[in-house]
Write a protein that binds this ligand. Structure first.
Ligand SMILES: *[C@@H]1O[C@H](CO)[C@@H](O)[C@H](O)[C@H]1NC(C)=O
Ligand SMILES: *[C@@H]1O[C@H](CO)[C@@H](O)[C@H](O)[C@H]1NC(C)=O
Ligand SMILES: *[C@@H]1O[C@H](CO)[C@@H](O)[C@H](O)[C@H]1NC(C)=O
Ligand SMILES: *[C@@H]1O[C@H](CO)[C@@H](O)[C@H](O)[C@H]1NC(C)=O
Ligand SMILES: *[C@@H]1O[C@H](CO)[C@@H](O)[C@H](O)[C@H]1NC(C)=O
Ligand SMILES: *[C@@H]1O[C@H](CO)[C@@H](O)[C@H](O)[C@H]1NC(C)=O
Length: 663
């Protein structure tokens, strides 16, 4: 319908589009979004990306196992970027069909069409009114409850002969991503002039020295309430590194949020004095991103300060490289881009994956926005919902990076079996479908992708020391903030717990099938929950009153500490919680292992999951705790893999021995 009204109002293109008699609906949203929305200004330039249908994707899993499974004779024999691109490149016929269509529209010259190096995308920039014509749609700016603007449309059309060559168009049914807000406990306790790496008095009212802590060095006595890199190194037996080539740099991906060098220097000086306080990461700008920023800048939200501080404190003297994606209105400088630009940048897609030419992505690399975006009306099939293709696509991009020897990590999320509050139309971050209202578990993306290493969070309790086993990270931040006299209280801070569960889209990959099956046999409280078995397009979520998919890929894969971390942000010492702390820690461990391997002439580990599931004894199994939400107790941690803490936390000496033994 929109198609015809657009056509009628723009005679200019009637001729150019006369070939288009046979347009088909390519994607459609099943339920209108609740957000406030307003039509995008017709003259605003929209950067459009067209995801082309690629070839040989069905061979991706086996190819990745071939270079990543420890029992494969080709373990570690990663492919070059060029090899990967050529294996999966769209057929020439696909590129031609889409380019011809764009050229025939009369809107573009040949060199207006940008072909990405990975061959998976075409990009064009055009005024919204032209895009609306071309796709037979209307573009809207959607404002979320938080005031974030995202743009997208409800449905769009493509010519029949083009539709079969295109995965999806962005922005489209999939809105541009909101800038994800991390949740943390902002406390505002300043400790000017403090020089000691340990913290006295500990920032925890009523805390007393735990039994057994007295015999520990002072900087390890209060790790149960104040985590520092010294505590982390002790927990996981991580040595202080003595060697390091600049070629082994740890990559950290930051979107919007940017670090402050002053914060970093303060954190290093106080909590990691073995790293010179003026140490700075290398910053690589993606699409004009800039860092660092001044302390207290609106972009200095803490995420980058934490990621870089944690990584440097563990991998130094190896370096940290920040891939800084910036979506401020001005940043690209190529057009008069209007306000929505600060949100169109959805850093998940192949074009950005292309920029992640690095060893390891650190914490929630901008790709942890929640997809799919399950709308209140639930899933109605991939054509209508329009999220299925995107999820698959992102996952395939991760597979390609794994083939090239990159380890990609993502934090699992912080709301137990839910996603973050409000993210999916439900205030509690849970799903509604099949008559269930906000009680269905909501698996985070990209953790569901079998080609990523999803990292959950663990914690110590105040009466524990680094010699005690950790538990799943679960904390009532409201209670903590009331106790400590600052920070936000109330929903959603009552429920902060490491995320985990089972994907609705992906089945368990072979490397974890045994581990998942074993968990599902255990006599644990979660067994009383009703479940469903998601079909291939995930259109039956919530069937039988079920709250989780019993036949999905389980996540997280591993975990690391994510509670009570002391970091400077805006020149203030703050205490942070969340899985965002965990993935830089695990990523740093992989970086150190890669360096050790390179000392003996071996290549990087690359995709680490198959090796870890094959030999989980190199991790500390976490067996206590759970990840409640959506009105239930969630899943329980257990002996062996569980959808709360995965296989467990790093045991560095054991990991080192194992990964040095692999080819
Ligand atoms: C940073 O700290 C200053 C001084 O305490 C304060 O005025 C400012 O609001 C803070 N900025 C942010 C973003 O919290
Ligand atoms: C945008 O560009 C103008 C002119 O170059 C500059 O003054 C302004 O600070 C920039 N704004 C942002 C948010 O970068
Ligand atoms: C961009 O804005 C400038 C100043 O407002 C204007 O002169 C120019 O024509 C605009 N360019 C485009 C491509 O809209
Ligand atoms: C679902 O639950 C929410 C929050 O409890 C409530 O506001 C809403 O009315 C419910 N919707 C339906 C359809 O029952
Ligand atoms: C969290 O703590 C607050 C303050 O003590 C309390 O009111 C609330 O019930 C607690 N929430 C949960 C889920 O335990
Ligand atoms: C186990 O976890 C629970 C919370 O689920 C916690 O209260 C308890 O202290 C933990 N026990 C140990 C031994 O860590």
């Amino acid at each position: 319908m929109l198609w015809y009204s657009a056509l009628a109002s723009a005679a200019l293109f009637a001729e150019a589009l006369s070939f288009s008699a046979s347009h088909v609906l390519h994607e459609k949203r099943s339920t209108a979004l609740h957000h406030e929305r307003q039509r995008v200004d017709g003259d605003a330039i929209i950067p459009i990306r067209i995801g082309l249908r690629q070839q040989n994707l069905h061979t991706g899993y086996d190819r990745l196992m071939d270079v990543s499974h420890p029992s494969s004779p080709n373990y570690g024999k990663h492919l070059s970027k060029e090899e990967v691109h050529s294996i999966f490149a769209p057929a020439d016929e696909t590129v031609e069909a889409v380019k011809n269509w764009l050229l025939e529209s009369g809107l573009f010259e040949e060199n207006d069409i940008i072909e990405y190096e990975n061959k998976g995308w075409l990009a064009v920039h055009m005024p919204a009114k032209d895009a609306e014509m071309l796709f037979g749609t209307e573009y809207y700016e959607h404002e979320t409850a938080d005031g974030e603007i995202r743009i997208g449309c409800d449905e769009y059309y493509l010519p029949t002969q083009v539709s079969s060559h295109v995965d999806f168009i962005k922005p489209g049914v999939k809105l541009s991503a909101p800038l994800k807000k991390r949740q943390f406990d902002k406390r505002g306790i300043t400790t000017p002039g403090k020089k000691k790496p340990h913290c006295e008095p500990p920032h925890y009212p009523g805390w007393t020295l735990p039994p057994g802590a007295g015999k520990l060095p002072p900087d390890l006595q209060n790790c149960g309430v104040n985590i520092t890199p010294t505590c982390i190194k002790a927990l996981y037996d991580i040595p202080t590194v003595l060697f390091g080539g600049p070629e082994n740099s740890m990559g950290v991906y930051e979107d919007y949020d940017a670090f402050s060098q002053e914060d970093l220097s303060l954190s290093l000086e106080h909590f990691a004095p073995w790293v010179p306080a003026d140490t700075a990461p290398k910053v690589l700008s993606v699409d004009g991103g800039t860092a660092p920023v001044a302390a207290g800048d609106p972009r200095n939200g803490g995420e980058s300060d934490i990621d870089i501080f944690l990584s440097l404190s563990i991998v130094y003297p190896q370096t940290v490289t920040v891939y800084q994606v910036d979506d401020l209105p001005n940043s690209s400088g190529e057009t008069n881009l209007t306000g929505f630009l600060n949100t169109w940048l959805d850093s998940v897609d192949g074009s950005y994956c292309d920029y992640t030419a690095f060893g390891i992505t650190g914490d929630s690399p901008g790709i942890d926005a929640t997809y799919p975006d399950p709308l209140p009306g639930g899933y109605k099939g991939k054509l209508e919902c329009g999220v299925y293709e995107l999820t698959q696509r992102q996952c395939n991009e991760l597979m390609k990076l794994g083939l090239q020897g990159h380890s990609i990590l993502a934090s699992s999320g912080d709301y137990g079996v839910a996603s973050f509050p409000g993210a999916n139309g439900n205030a509690n971050g849970c799903l509604s479908a099949a008559g269930l209202n906000g009680t269905i578990y909501n698996p985070d993306n990209p953790s569901g992708c079998p080609y990523i290493t999803s990292v959950g969070a663990t914690r110590l309790y105040p009466d524990q020391t680094v010699d005690d086993p950790e538990s799943a990270m679960q904390v009532n931040l409201t209670a903590f903030n009331i106790q400590t006299g600052s920070g936000p209280v109330g929903e959603p801070y009552d429920f902060f717990a490491t995320s985990g569960g089972f994907s609705n889209y992906f089945t368990p990959p072979s490397y974890q099938a045994k581990a998942v099956a074993a968990y599902l046999e255990l006599d644990l409280p979660f067994q009383s929950l009703p479940y469903y078995e998601a079909n291939a397009d995930a259109t039956n979520i919530g069937e039988n009153g079920g709250v989780y998919n019993r036949i999905g890929r389980g996540w997280p894969d591993v975990s690391a500490n994510g509670a009570f971390l002391l970091v400077y942000n805006n020149l203030t010492e703050l205490t942070f919680f969340g899985t965002s702390l965990s993935s830089p820690i695990f990523g740093s461990v992989i970086t150190l292992l890669n360096e050790e391997r390179s000392q003996v002439g071996k290549g990087p580990i690359g995709f680490i999951n198959p090796a870890l599931y094959e030999n989980p004894s190199v991790l500390n199994d976490i067996t206590n705790g759970s990840n409640p939400n959506c009105g239930t107790q969630g899943f329980q941690a257990s002996k062996g893999w569980d959808p709360v803490t995965g296989l467990g936390t790093p045991n560095y000496p054991k990991m080192l021995e194992y990964f040095l033994s692999l080819p």
